[in-house]
Design a binder for this molecule. Sequence first.
Ligand SMILES: CC(C)(COP(=O)(O)OP(=O)(O)OC[C@H]1O[C@@H](n2cnc3c(N)ncnc32)[C@H](O)[C@@H]1OP(=O)(O)O)[C@@H](O)C(=O)NCCC(=O)NCCS
Length: 190
Amino acid sequence: MSDAAANQLPALTYRPVTERDGAALVDFLTAEDWPFHYHLRPPLALVREWIDGGHFLEPQSLHLWVLQGAQRIGLVGLLDLEDIDDGEPELGLRITAPARGRGVGTAAVRFLCGRAFDRWPQLERIFAKTRADHIAMRHVLVRCGFAKEMHARRAWHRDGGARFDSLGYGLLRADWERSVVTPVPWNDAP
Ligand SMILES: CC(C)(COP(=O)(O)OP(=O)(O)OC[C@H]1O[C@@H](n2cnc3c(N)ncnc32)[C@H](O)[C@@H]1OP(=O)(O)O)[C@@H](O)C(=O)NCCC(=O)NCCS
């Protein structure tokens, strides 16, 4: 295969996580390192706690598997669904290491946002938080129409205590529908 072909976005499908996916979630979340999450590798007991507590399922969240053929190559989610009416549900995204760098993360975020805005007419905005040094995630968010709205210095800490700047991004329904990014009024007041 040529480099160009290897770098092409693969054909993707999406499937909601169901209550039968416990073992698959454990495999997916504990099989590799996640260097930009709080836990480099979430402990098994914690993952089981998430699963048993309904973290990956409605009504708490909408989580979709990102599939290439039958293979699970990613997990994209909208968390805090209780905020649908009057708040800002938060985006979550994990793509397995071998599948990165081919546009999968960008495609998955676009798909999830489209599905969420279609399904919940009252959903006004989607929030996303990431570390300042997570350049790939920042690219994904900007590609998908999110605007940077927050830069909180040293507000992100990870397991072990290291601190980083924390960034917040927002995607407005009105912007999504018109394919624009409304500027953030950074300089409105001292
Ligand atoms: C962040 C993540 C979702 C990106 O997914 P991906 O499928 O690799 O991203 P894409 O291929 O769609 O690339 C998106 C953009 O990031 C850029 N990018 C990808 N990897 C990069 C890297 N290592 N360094 C800098 N830029 C990078 C791409 O060039 C592209 O930018 P462009 O469209 O402006 O050219 C993926 O790396 C991941 O799942 N990481 C682990 C989990 C994680 O950190 N999740 C986010 C927590 S906040």
